[in-house]
Design a protein around this ligand. Structure first.
Ligand code: ZN
Length: 316
């Protein structure tokens, strides 16, 4: 019995064929072509699934798991809103199920990534586990009693939109002072820009003005060179992240919290010790003491590995 795991991203669709044990038998990728609209995305997705089912040969495919970057109703397998992949109230689960006659499970990409990191954690399996992914935005997933928690509407786990500073910066979601607004790369960028505007100088001013967006690489380089604006801004973001993590620890009493995403990959060795220190100040000691802080291990494969877990857990 085989499984298919798919990570449907804004620029590429990664797919893999797995055996029962989660070993990758075959892997492929296609361009998403989201700019060409939903029909183009659908064509790319189906041609990838065609290829993966072909490679399975006579071996039956038990289920397909898919992670998508947006709001998903996991109960119906409908993508409610995912502008990066041109999907709006799109019944992706039903469409694939009808075409291939295979069970399909759809999840939000960071929820699915959390499932992957949870299942394949080198520290061993935890029953209660939280994943936080810090990149352009902040997303995550919550595992309670060995199950991904999806909430009543199927969209739980929007960790990036917990309010950290009610007087803080405006967030992309329309609210104010969300964790994402103050601690994501977007939040770091906004703060650095504000300080430049106030007349402060920083090494990354030029690259920020030239590229328009902040890249993690130059940010890291400026940090290492001792750039004051960058140092203070990154440390400020890490402290906010620590406050958010303390809230999560107090509420969920997890065995482990895993941190991933582009910002953590580039700056994790700086950010994570600050997060841990700050979380220890705000979380209840008796709960905090038992929580393991882990760095995500799967990188780009978290999506397909998690999608496999989603599929396998789904048909259990
Ligand atoms: Zn928000």
């Amino acid at each position: 019995m085989n499984y298919i795991g798919i990570d449907l991203g804004g620029t590429k669709i990664l797919g893999a064929l797995f055996d029962d044990n989660g070993t990758v038998i075959y892997k492929n990728k296609k361009k998403t072509k989201a700019k060409n609209g939903i029909k183009a995305v659908e064509e790319q997705l189906f041609s990838l699934i065609d290829d993966l089912t072909d490679k399975s040969g006579k071996e039956e495919i038990k289920a397909i798991g898919i992670g998508v970057p947006g709001l998903v109703d996991v109960k119906t397998g409908t993508v409610k809103f995912a502008p990066n992949i041109a999907m709006n109230n799109y019944p992706i689960g039903d469409l694939i199920r009808d075409k291939y006659k295979i069970d399909v499970f759809v999840g939000n990409d960071v929820n699915v990534g959390t499932l992957g990191e949870w299942k394949y954690s080198p520290e061993g399996k935890s029953s209660n586990f939280i994943g936080i992914f810090v990149g352009t935005g902040i997303g995550g997933g919550i595992i309670i009693d060995n199950k991904l928690y999806t909430g009543s509407g199927g969209v739980a786990g929007e960790l990036g939109h917990m309010t950290i500073d009610s007087n803080g910066a405006i967030c992309g979601c329309g609210s104010r002072g969300c964790l994402e607004a103050v601690a994501s790369k977007t939040g770091i960028q906004a703060e650095i820009k504000a300080r430049i505007k106030r007349g402060e100088d920083t090494d990354i001013k030029e690259s920020l003005e030239k590229e328009g967006i902040l890249k993690s690489g130059p940010l890291r380089a400026a940090y290492d060179k001792g750039d004051i604006v960058v140092r203070e801004t990154v440390e400020r973001a890490a402290k906010y992240l620590g406050v958010g993590v303390a809230n999560l620890i107090n509420i969920f009493d997890p065995e482990a919290v895993v941190f991933g995403g582009g910002v953590i990959e580039e700056l994790g060795d700086i950010i994570l010790p600050i997060v841990k220190e700050e979380a220890s100040r705000y979380a209840m000691r008796s709960i905090f003491e038992n929580v393991k802080f882990e760095k995500a291990q799967l990188g780009d494969d978290a999506g397909i590995m998690g999608a496999f877990v989603l599929a396998q857990e789904g048909v259990k």
